[in-house]
Design a protein around this ligand. Structure first.
Ligand code: ARG
Length: 467
């Protein structure tokens, strides 16, 4: 193979074929082309403003880069793996199109700070899309929750029936997790949007560059204060991957519940046909494969995070080629996060809640035992004692295979004479939900407050996206 034109000056022979294939990144970093061109245009304009190149050359470079962008968009661009990566492919084509002026683009820049800026733009664009999809999923949860403030199901601890909660409250718990994920991305974006351009290879450059103006032009808030940190920092990808892992973890928890709820022994939901699959051998089966795959794909994103942490852990300053390994894992993770958020939104849009089954389940497992204890406290009995008396009532009901509210007043009075017939209203599971109006509780007023907060936030998120 011929020597690579861009760095081949001192080489008499090009890399071995297997080596070229081993080291190239063009096959996947070509996805970074739009961001690489955006960054290069900003660099070219800055070079011209600073008088490092002529205004005319600056304009030629920008026009040439636009022409390359069009070729790529329209699928006319001929990618050459022997040019190693997206940066060299674009620069080589630019030079073909505009002539020797193309060779001035790389003035005062190294591929190390170039890939740094390009990749930050790419990650930044991806995270903005994650946020849009998160907001859509939150909106779906809010929308589904709105109809179910009055429907109850057993809330669990240890996956054992604990206390009744409203279905709306249960769904909104996930909305709040995802709301935090959204906020986490906003915070991460502050650190992603820092430009390393001007760091050059590692030590800065002798040209009178204006890196701040490049940062501004690409929409970044700041530049790196240290050039060696600038070209070797991959914290921004690691943070993005962590954020992605947590999003997938939240989705995975929701998947787990959907899988349980779809089991006929629960029977709380019916997944629509479009979001479930059959079995090739058991005709009766309707499997929650989509939720299972999503739960499983959490592993891919966690893997990408741990993979990159491992790549970075032993690296001396500054740039090392190991850092090229920062891309494929993130690209796969980003695809997983985006498709998962999108598919979950669709699955929740079509799921049928079997609210009768949920209600019926509230009659099993003594979900109203806490209500009875609280009732006794209301009669002046200390809580520990009330707990004890209620325990006896549960044991009695269990013995007879009935619920607490099925016990006669006589039976209840035999446990404690202070119990009266007003206890039956207290034992009602709907009443139990209605009474829980502490901030963040499952009561209807609390749920209405949550819905209002989330809706306000969704409106704000939408208008800041449009801004
Ligand atoms: N393709 C490389 C990467 O993704 C960027 C080029 C820097 N390469 C170099 N030999 N300095 O990290």
């Amino acid at each position: 193979m011929k020597t690579n034109a861009s760095w081949g000056g001192r080489f008499s022979e090009g890399p071995k074929e297997a080596v070229a294939a081993y080291t190239e990144s063009e096959s996947y970093d070509r996805n970074l082309a739009p961001q690489d061109i955006r960054a290069s245009k900003a660099h070219a304009r800055m070079l011209a403003r600073q008088g490092v190149i002529s205004a005319e050359d600056g304009a030629t470079l920008v026009e040439g880069l636009d022409a390359v962008a069009r070729e790529i968009e329209e699928g006319r661009f001929v990618w050459k793996p022997e040019l190693e990566d997206v940066h060299m492919n674009i620069e080589a084509r630019l030079t073909e199109l505009v002539g020797d002026v193309g060779k001035r683009l790389h003035t005062g820049r190294s591929r190390n700070d170039q890939v740094g800026l390009t990749y930050r733009l790419f990650v930044s664009d991806a995270l903005v899309e994650w946020q849009r999809l998160l907001a859509a999923l939150i909106a779906r949860l809010v929308h589904r929750a709105e109809d179910h403030a009055e429907h109850i199901l057993p809330g669990c601890t240890h996956l054992q029936p604990a206390q009744p909660v409203s279905l709306a409250h249960h769904l909104l718990a996930y909305a709040w997790m995802l709301r935090r994920d959204h906020a986490r991305l906003t915070d991460t974006l502050k650190r992603v949007r820092v430009s390393p351009l001007g760091a050059a290879a590692l030590a800065g450059t002798t040209y009178p560059l204006d890196p701040q103006s490049v940062a501004r032009e690409v929409g970044f808030g700041d530049i790196y204060p240290n050039s060696m940190d600038a070209v070797s920092d991959r914290d921004f990808v690691l943070e993005a991957l962590f954020d992605g892992s947590l999003i997938m973890t939240h989705l995975s928890r929701l998947c787990e519940e959907l899988i349980l709820w779809a089991n006929p022994n629960f029977g709380f939901i019916r997944l629509s046909d479009g979001y479930s699959t059959g079995s090739s051998i058991m005709p009766q089966k309707k499997n929650p494969d989509v939720a299972e795959l999503m739960r499983g794909r959490t592993g891919r994103v966690n893997g990408a995070l741990v993979g990159l942490l491992t790549v970075v852990k032993g690296l001396p300053l500054a740039y090392n080629r190991d850092l090229q390994e920062d891309k494929e894992g993130f690209m796969d993770a980003s695809h997983t996060v985006m498709t998962s958020l999108n598919v979950m939104e669709g699955m929740l849009a079509e799921v049928t809640f079997n609210t009768d089954r949920m209600e019926e389940a509230c009659r099993r497992g003594f979900l109203n035992a806490t209500e009875m204890a609280d009732y006794l406290v209301g009669k002046g009995i200390p809580f520990r004692e009330a707990h004890h008396i209620t325990g006896h009532a549960v044991a009695l009901a269990e013995q007879r295979s009935v619920t607490l509210e099925d016990l006669s007043l006589e039976d209840l009075k035999s446990l404690d004479a202070r119990i009266d017939k007003d206890i039956y209203a207290v034992l009602d599971c709907h009443a139990a939900v209605r009474r829980r109006e502490t901030p963040g509780g499952t009561g209807p007023k609390s749920v209405a407050r949550q819905l209002a907060m989330l809706k306000t936030w969704l409106d704000e998120a939408q208008s800041s996206r449009q801004a």
